[in-house]
Design a protein around this ligand. Structure first.
Ligand SMILES: [Zn+2]
Length: 294
């Protein structure tokens, strides 16, 4: 028996990295397949390649959400948008693309077509002009999409305070919920908006040994991101069916293997360190698959 699309609620980590240009962890990007929708949250480096590894053409994507405008979360956007417009099996976009995000989203979506104006002019002879149109929607905290039983809510997080608007997202469907933290330090608003969530995908930072960064840099990073100790407290207050680390920002000798023991001081529930192309299916139970890289 095959599951109908109405039963699908699946989160795939397209990229679990941050600014460092690693080959094993591409930039932050997450695919959410829910009912008939296919959303992408953030567009880090390599999102187009990872989507292609899943065999999903960009033409099938029904909307994009940006958590904030740090470049590691958006540098993959022009690739998804323009490569995804080309009329090949991995692209074939023929509809305008709706992009929700914080302040700055309209500016970016208005200026990108100017920056790529030559390509758009020339390729519009061969591909549908609607397929390269961008429709930006700047968001505030609250429900930003509610259709066909799918609800997407944005909530404010703290990623450098007032200076940088940053959001997490919660997706509710058929009595289940997934939360993506976006980039944030320990944040009460995230804890409040994550209550009852089945899945919590949360960012993390860790440093060990002598990091190349100065103490001032590490202090700033610490006030913008979440340590495993802090995450342990967050997870124990939300008690999701599964907590997943992504956006691994590691300094000095810190490794992914260090994250779980440090989290266990406060939290003993289900926890995994995310990897690119890890897939989480949400239903009566939560199942995790590793699709592997090729
Ligand atoms: Zn950031």
């Amino acid at each position: 028996m095959t599951a109908s699309s109405e039963d699908i609620f699946r989160v795939t980590l397209l990229g679990t990295g941050a600014p460092p240009p690693r080959l094993d962890r591409f930039g932050p990007s997450t695919l959410i397949e829910v009912g008939d929708e296919k959303f992408i949250v953030d567009a880090g480096r390599g999102a187009m390649q990872r989507l292609h590894q899943l065999g999903i053409p960009f033409g099938d994507i029904t909307g994009m959400f940006l958590t904030h405008h740090h470049s590691d979360h958006v540098v993959g956007f022009p690739d998804l948008w323009l490569t995804g417009w080309i009329g090949r099996s991995w692209g074939k976009r023929n509809q305008p693309l709706k992009v929700w995000g914080p302040e700055g989203t309209k500016q970016m979506m208005e200026h990108l077509p100017q920056a790529f104006g030559v390509d758009i002019r020339v390729r519009s002879r061969n591909y549908p002009p609607d397929g390269v149109k961008l429709v930006a929607q700047e968001i505030k905290e609250g429900v930003i999409l509610d259709r066909d039983g799918i609800k997407v809510s944005a909530f404010e997080v703290d990623h450098g305070g007032e200076e940088l608007a940053a959001f997490g997202y919660r997706i509710d469907y058929q009595g289940h919920a997934a939360v993506l933290s976006g980039d944030t330090t320990y944040n009460e608003n995230l804890i409040r908006h994550s209550q009852g969530a089945d899945l919590l995908v949360h960012e993390v930072t860790a440093a060990a040994g002598s990091a190349a960064e100065s103490p001032e840099q590490l202090k700033r990073i610490g006030s913008n991101h979440t340590t495993p100790d802090q995450a342990g407290t967050i997870f124990s207050r939300i008690r999701p069916k599964l907590a997943v680390y992504n956006h691994l920002l590691l300094f000095g000798g810190a490794t992914a293997e260090d994250l779980i023991p440090a989290t266990r001081k406060e939290y003993s529930g289900p926890l995994v360190v995310g990897e690119d192309l890890m897939q989480i299916r949400i239903g009566e139970s939560i199942e995790t698959y590793r699709l592997g890289r090729s």
